[in-house]
Write a protein that binds this ligand. Sequence first.
Ligand code: TRP
Length: 336
Amino acid sequence: MRPAMRVVSGIQPTGNLHLGNYLGAIVSWVKMQEEGECLFFLADLHAISMPYEPAELASATREMTAALIASGIDPDKAVLFNQSRVPAHAELQWLLCGTARIGWLNRMTQFKDKSGKNREGASIALFAYPVLQAADVLLYRATHVPVGEDQKQHLELARDIAEKFNFDTGTETFTLPEPYIGETAARIMSLRNGSAKMSKSDPSDMSRINLADDADTIAKKIRKARTDPEPLPESLDELNDRPEAKNLVAIFAALEQVAPQAILDRFAGKGFGDFKPALADATVATLAPISERFNALREDTDALDAILEKGAERAKALGTPVLADAYRALGLLSGR
Ligand code: TRP
């Protein structure tokens, strides 16, 4: 019997995982695995759509896998794998390229953002990125896909492709995935600039807290985080023009899994001299066990590869019949 909810989600493998990755996507994945059947993958095929370092991709993929497991993803519960190890993703993408329209892809804002002024020099992979993303979810007949603001358009496209494919072939090959509405994931900003996302590519290491940082480093980074001289206010509205203060409150709230207002209720009227040490303690309390597991696991290449191999086998078993249906619906004599 099909489970009531099958969630599929991917994350691009990047080295140097930080608090923004953790409080953004990863925490919500950990919750999701209790709520339905989940397939989580490292989107390494997506990673080649932008300039990147081939020598670093495999280790970034393993690092991300270690970080996910250290953060609480249970590879016996969720199906955890890397995309390139399941060739059906790439195969289905090609089949879907017959259905997807150039006009649809031309409207994708991510392509416009990432290609910038150099549209002509962008890779075909960057242009076709959303078709691969559609293949990722349609391959497993996902019922739900968690979507942040920046991914809504991609899910819409996956639905459009599924609908047109089914219509054109007169079949019901694909399930139309719904957005999974969880709590909105925290958007964590740089510790040096409250208007820029916390990012592994920021040249200043002081701008982010890495999953691999030890307690002293975390405390130092929070102590030096940019703030303003005002005490913390009573209401969230009063933080609107104080992006650095707002970010620290958001981090605190996400760590404690409470609303930001609950943090203000605790600290209203107090200055950052009181707030920052408390925030550092909360950060260390959450990250210490994770970074301990992460630092142990990231060295264990064999264990990580075995986990990814097993996840890929489970994913193949789920995706292969759907891929075969797609070949058949298109009249291809593939023998699948
Ligand atoms: N594009 C997504 C991101 O950058 C990652 C991704 C790839 C994804 N395939 C997916 C997310 C399928 C959800 C479902 O965040």
